[in-house]
Design a protein around this ligand. Structure first.
Ligand code: UDP
Length: 355
């Protein structure tokens, strides 16, 4: 069977790492990189570090509004799908690349498989939520990371076949964990001690594009006592620079660094006192590593992390964040997102799709 996979940004490289190698053992894969994230910090290092095959096609489509970007991706994908005539198109997560890949395939009447189907924050103001809902409703095979995701899809009565496979990011977190635990280089470089710093990430449009929200984010980060390490996403860096806020963060002792490779980031995450984030993937990785998480959003699609007490939603409320950072953690940490073998199940489900 021939599968055309569409990826484009950092979390999708992590997800593809769990599937592509296994997929290529049994089937042919054409990997298309839309270029949504194109710089080395967010792209090349992941391809090298996680052993993702080199993409067969690269579009270099970054920048612009969500709608513009999605439409340029659609226009670029149509001829590729027509020329390659895959048996299925595989998409991951909730980005513009996900929706463009799904829609281009569905219009060409090629079956669409969606990994990380069924996730919902129920916040339609998030561009990611629109991408999730639309992609799920045009997919033929919906591969879910959790029972909650399966339940969301049943409630929405999606047309495609729904399967619980577990979360592919768990596969990679488990695989990389020994390397991350053996590597304390990133802590030494940033001058922090194990268990004595907070690891922060922020890049959601809802937090960094609006100047008032960006100022509240900076106020929150600078209110945290003790060292805070902030690998700065390019989008966030651009907004902070435009608002003249970089100096304020640095003056308050926030340790800014460029975005890190997966292993270096996992090394920092697994030894942090707590994680402060607006990322979807990082909330989950904190849970898997048993690190308390405080999420700078008022909704999450990873609801189980909150229900289990390992994650607290504080939006950009500094006082709530400080309370949440000092909370007592639960004794239990059940297996919420599968056993680390989701990639195998994705490949098996794709094979069944071909009949
Ligand atoms: N990540 C990384 N380096 C960093 C920050 C994050 O490797 O400096 C990884 C992180 O471990 C996770 C993924 O990037 O696997 C999350 O991506 P992001 O926060 O960009 O996207 P989201 O999950 O919010 O869609």
């Amino acid at each position: 069977m021939k599968v055309l996979t569409v990826i484009g940004n950092r979390p999708q490289f992590v997800k593809a790492a769990a599937v592509s190698r296994l997929l290529r053992e049994r089937h042919e894969e054409i990997l298309v990189h839309t270029g949504q994230h194109y710089d080395d910090e967010l792209s090349t290092i992941f391809v090298e570090e996680l052993g993702i095959p080199r993409p067969e096609r690269e579009f270099g489509i970054g920048g612009g509004s969500n709608t513009e970007q999605t439409s340029r991706m659609l226009a670029a994908l149509v001829p590729v799908i027509e020329a390659d005539r895959p048996d299925a198109v595989l998409v991951y997560g909730d980005t513009n690349s996900t929706l463009a890949g799904g829609l281009a395939a569905a219009q060409a009447r090629i079956p669409v498989a969606h990994v990380e189907a069924g996730m919902r924050s129920f916040d339609r103001a998030m561009p990611e939520e629109l991408n999730r809902v639309l992609t799920d409703h045009l997919s033929d095979l919906l591969l879910c990371p959790s029972p909650t995701a399966v339940e969301n899809l049943r409630r929405e009565a999606v047309a495609g076949r729904v399967e619980l496979v577990g979360d592919v990011m768990v596969d990679i977190a488990q695989l990389i964990r020994p390397r991350a635990l053996a590597d304390d280089g990133p802590l030494r470089e940033l001058g922090v001690e194990p268990g004595a710093y907070v690891l922060a990430t922020a890049h959601r449009a809802g937090n960094v594009d609006d100047p008032d929200r960006l100022a509240a984010l900076v106020a929150l980060l600078t209110a945290v006592p003790g060292p805070v390490v902030l690998p700065v996403h390019p989008r966030t860096r651009a907004r902070l620079e435009a608002a003249g806020l970089i100096a304020q963060l640095a003056a308050a002792g926030v340790r800014l660094c460029p975005p890190l490779g997966y292993v270096a980031f996992a090394a920092l995450l697994s030894r942090a006192r707590a994680v402060l984030t607006d990322s979807g993937g990082v909330q989950k990785e904190a849970y898997l590593a048993g690190i308390p998480c405080v999420t700078m959003r008022d909704t999450t699609e990873w609801v189980e992390t909150v229900e289990s007490g390992w994650n607290v939603l504080v939006d950009l409320d500094s006082a709530a964040a400080l309370v949440a950072l000092d909370r007592v953690m639960p004794a239990e940490r059940p297996e919420l997102y599968g056993d680390g073998r989701a990639g195998e199940r994705v490949v098996a489900a794709l094979g069944a799709l071909a009949g």
